[in-house]
Write a protein that binds this ligand. Sequence first.
Ligand code: HH2
Length: 275
Amino acid sequence: MRWQGAPALMGVLNLTADSFSDGGELLAPNGRLKREALLRRADAFVAEGATYLDLGAESTRPGARGLGAEEECARIEEALKLLAPRFDVALSVDSSTPMVFECAAALGATLINDVRALGRPGALAAAAASGATVCLMHMQGSPESMQDAPHYEDVVAEVIAFLEARVQAAREAGIDDTRIVLDPGFGFGKTLTHNLALFRALPRFVGLGYPVLIGVSRKRMLGQLTGREAAKDRVVAGSVLAAEAARQGVAIIRTHDVGATRDALAVIKALEATL
Ligand code: HH2
């Protein structure tokens, strides 16, 4: 099934001190949420066209510090209580922690975005019970070491096989097809060559029959392609990839730069009869 229409935009709200692109903007050094800044950012994203807001309390960048489940839950809960009553958009939680799935769903999150594809103990059952849609993402290794020496014989075939296996596991846990979204996981245990091969293969991922989400915004692969060191200087490059992803039938684009991405999609949409 090819996604019908232009992709939806998912604005990234990192409630972290150490995210690679925007760490500390929404969380003070003492661990307190910057509530006003969070509301301003969410407001701007929604005004610019985001129909999903993705809340993450734990960075997944290489070498990031892990949070305890209680701390992760508390941070997500505080943010959801602030956002859920104010915004009529889908709220997503970027987490791999079963306890977080439960508390987030109870507070209105309708998407569980798990970079570990529900691989942690108890994650499949907790996600199934939550009633939320799940985004199953591919990662080779774990955030601590995933960029050390990623290796594949055939990156596209291996990522597809992994996602198919996780779909099977999700279905066996009681998550039906209408609740599944897939993501090749750009930058998660991949070199630039791997990322480009996966991007070129997007039609194969779309062909698996589930909505496809991609997250390329501000990532290192864009720095490698453009020579831009600072993550914030990679907005144009990310928007170009978003526009190309739209042409390939991707359903959801996860981005730190909703306005720029929307502009790129508007131009492509005018050119593409199918969008
Ligand atoms: N990328 C990041 C985090 N979560 N989720 C999905 N489904 N796909 C992605 O590509 C993806 C993701 C990394 O970006 P960011 O959240 O900005 O960084 P950090 O993990 O350092 O907070």
